[in-house]
Structure formats: structure tokens, C-alpha cells
Design a protein around this ligand. Sequence first.
Ligand code: NAD
Length: 310
Amino acid sequence: MKKVTVIGSGVMGHGIAQRVAQVKVPVVLFDINEESLVKAKSLIESNLTMQVNEQLLGEQEKEEALAFLNMSTDLEASVQGSELVIEAISEKLELKHGLYRSLESLVPKETVIASNTSTFSMKELTEGAAHPERFVVTHFFNPAQFVPLVEVVKGAQTTEHVVNETMSFMKQIGKSPILLNKDIPGFVANRLQAALVREAFYLLEEGVADARSIDLAVTDGPGFRWGFAGPLETADFGGLDIWKSVVENLAPTLSENTKVPDFIQTAIDEGNLGTKTTEGIYSYSSDIIQDRLVERDQYLMHLGKLKQST
Ligand SMILES: NC(=O)c1ccc[n+]([C@@H]2O[C@H](COP(=O)([O-])OP(=O)(O)OC[C@H]3O[C@@H](n4cnc5c(N)ncnc54)[C@H](O)[C@@H]3O)[C@@H](O)[C@H]2O)c1
């Protein structure tokens, strides 16, 4: 890619732009909100500094990455000459459609437009598009600068060329892209996560164990293994006959809730949203939240390095 534009410099956009800059591809991070761009620049600088401090990046590489990154509030200039535009704006369909209409009037039909949407199908995203064949979903995971997975979803009209270019660019920026064969709500990873979170809420509601223990059952149990082998390979390692019994014996006892349990709804009604408000399933002080985020990023950086080396 000669140039990439990332639109929306919030939680996801800044991390995506950082990855592109780190492989020395010129990238413009565009936002309608100047303050968001200022915050994004500062976050990218501190993310890169953290990588330097952890000896995962040289000081010169950090400076080079920053030199490949530009911030802008001018859409036309931002997309000029871009071969790929990655949209990471708020999850509102009418906003995304409005942006796509502007983009399609500014870029040639060969420019690939990728959306980081978490919930909209390709059918919904491409409604009214002049060139639906150049649209694709690239669903990154937070923090996008460190988590390798990107889910790539094609629409009925997306060309093979667009899919191949997208998959190959995701690899170039150090990601592990997976291509979905079907356009399904939640794609793959969020469906798997939702199944697990539903059961975790249920176990907590039933008082089977406390929150810390339920979390530990994942981070130091199956989750500890999942960085190496996913659930399907784990089933092969355990034996499909064993897993047949596990599923058949346990499935009837698992949560089938289609709504969150009352204690989650009550917390929301009381304004307790988790780290956003300091009270959630756990209680947090604001310095603990910051420390936990730094700790998380350091952990993910080293996990990424470990996975690359194996
Ligand atoms: N936060 C996550 O964990 C996560 C994970 C995966 C995917 N996503 C998806 O990524 C997208 C962005 O999410 P986020 O969490 O980064 O949102 P965010 O609210 O942190 O950032 C959105 C940014 O988009 C900007 N924006 C809004 N309208 C715009 C427009 N028309 N043109 C340019 N900029 C505009 C806002 O100013 C803001 O800076 C959403 O589609 C979301 O569903 C989020």
C-alpha cells in the first residue's frame, strides 16, 4: 500500500493507525474532532514508548513510525492517494453511511473501504453504496496495536482481489487475519466471547463462585491454553469421544439466557458500568484502572512477542 487512511481516532482508530505506521506505510488518521486527534497522537507516542521501555522496539524505530503518521481534520486531503481507507467511527449506521457517501465521491472506485464495525453486516454497511465491490469488514480487537486477530468479512459483491489485498495487508501490519465464509452477527470471536460471558454472568448470579474465582478459572485455566490451542484443537487433544460426553452432559445445564441477569441490569440502572464509572462487578480506584491498563498492555506485548517466536 502506498498510503492508508484511518477514519476515527478513538479507542480503535489510533491503535490501527499505529500498526500501519510501524510497518512504514504512510498513514493519515482523520477525525472530525480535533481533541480526539490530539489524544490519539499522545496515546500512540506513549504506546511506542512503552514498547521501547520493554525493549521490544528501538528508539529509532519509534521515531520512524511517528514520521509515517499524520493527523488531519481535512477528509479530502486525508484520502487523497490512499489505496485503503479503514473506517473506525462510532457504531451508528447512519453516520457510517454518511461517511461512505462522502468517501465514494472523493476516492477512485479502486480504493478499498474497510469497516471496523463490531455489529453491522456487510449487507447493511453497503446499502446505497455506489461500488459495494470495494467494501470489506476488517474487525480489529482492542487494544488494536497489540491483539493480533482481525476478522475479515466480505459482502456478496466484494471482489476476490479486494479480499486478497485486505488479507495480505493485515498480515503485513503483523496481524492474524481470518476470513469468514458467512456474514453472521458478531462474526466469530464475539460470538465465542458472548457464549462464555453469558455463562460467567450465570455462574456469578447462581453464587457458584465469586467473581475473582470465575475470572481466574478462565485466565489460569482454559484461557491460559487458548493462546496456544483453540477450542477445536483442544477438543482433538482431549478426544472427540470425551468432548461428545462433555457437551451432551453439560449442554442441558448451561445458561440459555437471552437477557443479562438482574444483577447486571441493576448495576447499569444504578450507573455502575465498570471501569468507566469505577464501580462494576469489581470496585476500582482511578489509579488502579490506569495501572491495570498499563499492566494489560505490557502483558499483551510480551505475549505477542512470545507467540511470534514460537
Ligand atoms: N471499542 C472496542 O473495543 C471496539 C472493538 C472492535 C470494534 N469496534 C468498532 O470500532 C468502531 C470505532 O469504535 P471506537 O470504540 O474506536 O469508538 P470511539 O467512540 O472511541 O471513537 C470514534 C471516533 O470516531 C470519530 N467520528 C465520529 N463520526 C465521525 C465521522 N463522521 N468522521 C470522522 N470521525 C468521526 C469520533 O470523533 C471519535 O474520535 C466502531 O464501529 C466499533 O463498533 C470497537
